[in-house]
Design a binder for this molecule. Sequence first.
Ligand SMILES: Nc1ncnc2c1ncn2[C@@H]1O[C@H](COP(=O)(O)OP(=O)(O)OP(=O)(O)O)[C@@H](O)[C@H]1O
Ligand SMILES: [Mg+2]
Length: 287
Amino acid sequence: MSIQHKQFRFISWLGKGTFATVFKAQDLNSNDVIALKRIRCDREGAHDSAKREQHAYSRLHRHRNVLRLLSHSFQEGAIVLCLELCMTDLHCFLAVHGSQLSFEEMRCCTLQLMQALRYIHSEGIMHRDIHPANILIHADGLLKVADFGLSCVINAPLDITLPVMALEYRAPELLRATPCYYYDESVDIWSAGCTIAEIMLRGVRLFPSLDEVDQLKQIRALCGTPSPSAQEGDVLASLFDSRSVPIGTTEYICALLRLNPSARLTATDACSSDFVHCAPSRLSINL
Ligand SMILES: Nc1ncnc2c1ncn2[C@@H]1O[C@H](COP(=O)(O)OP(=O)(O)OP(=O)(O)O)[C@@H](O)[C@H]1O
Ligand SMILES: [Mg+2]
């Protein structure tokens, strides 16, 4: 549907991505205010991205920490997703509120992100693009994982030509010079680890890299190398310890950011860790 489409009244722009524009609109039939994501399918890759997103949302409709697809339609060379409306995304939220966040609020964000991933993975989907701009915050204080345009089914054949994950959140196994023919949902855990580190650092990116070579260099500098002689994670641990983060933070982040994918916590383990035990179930900050 175009913005002028008669079922919806345009209210304001919410965001713009690689293939899509997102705006706030009112559904004139129900009066509900919703978000419309319009994916133009005339650019290479856009149609596949829209199909992946629609497929993932159709499988993932039963969790409060996953954004809900309300309906979809095809119009004028575009796929339009009608989505529940959120107030902001985690990237913008950290830019505004990062310096005031309490430790309980940080644990709350961590738990909600991990609960979303536990559900997504249990439904057989890998997200492959977890980062703060793809994690939305609803007015009721719930975090919602969104933007499934790069998602895929776990264990399905991988298209190795498709670049996945924003560079700064990309797992090291996807940064090698030779293509990675197999990887699994632990790539989302790496991205979640970078995101949680960013929450703890109050909006500062853990790996603010320029290109793939620089990204790998930065990962090696902080996380070490996977050889038995190196102490993996020591420098990363000292980064957080030097900021006097509360007990348990350093160990938790290090357990998510293991170089060896099979040594990373699973989303299920991450949800049952002492670090998030009894964390608040929603944010109470006024947005
Ligand atoms: N339901 C929503 N409610 C409020 N804001 C939203 C909603 N969906 C998306 N946005 C805003 O629009 C931005 C872009 O949305 P989204 O990530 O889904 O698009 P994209 O084209 O896939 O993006 P990219 O290519 O940058 O990953 C989000 O980062 C967020 O700020
Ligand atoms: Mg996005």
